[in-house]
Design a protein around this ligand. Structure first.
Ligand code: 5GP
Ligand code: ZN
Length: 114
């Protein structure tokens, strides 16, 4: 999709510090990390703007992302634990409207989630 930062990252038009990549998804380190390890996982294709657009047709890629997250977390040495976050919409502070999941870890995370 035009003017989508994450589509540009997926296409290599904007450089990123990659943590994992396969034919369907890309994981890269967040430019403004909110934890010692902060990785963003995206589908390469602009299949959905947010969680609200997940359908029977595109849910498989979300399943694939969740299947890969433990591998990405292990590679990032998050053996003591990590948190997966998906901001959906304005109240959650979503800023990039290409569905994505944050992996946060590398320290004992706040017990209060919101
Ligand atoms: P959201 O707030 O939409 O859930 O998360 C978007 C995330 O993308 C933010 O944590 C932000 O720091 C990150 N981000 C935005 N632009 C870039 C970029 O150009 N490169 C990288 N690596 N991360 C980005
Ligand atoms: Zn996009």
């Amino acid at each position: 999709m035009e003017n989508c930062i994450f589509c540009k990252i997926a296409a290599g038009e904007i450089p990123s510090n990659k943590a994992y990549e396969d034919d369907k998804i890309l994981a890269f380190h967040d430019i403004a990390p909110q934890a010692p390890v902060h990785i963003v996982v995206i589908p390469k294709a602009h299949i959905a703007q947010s969680m609200n657009d997940i359908t029977e047709e595109n849910a498989a890629i979300v399943g694939h992302i969740f299947q890969c997250i433990p591998k990405i977390a292990a590679e990032a040495k998050l053996e003591s634990g990590y948190r997966v976050v998906c901001n959906c919409g304005a109240d959650a502070g979503q800023t990039v409207f290409h569905i994505h999941f944050h992996i946060l870890g590398g320290k004992k995370l706040n017990e209060v989630m919101a």
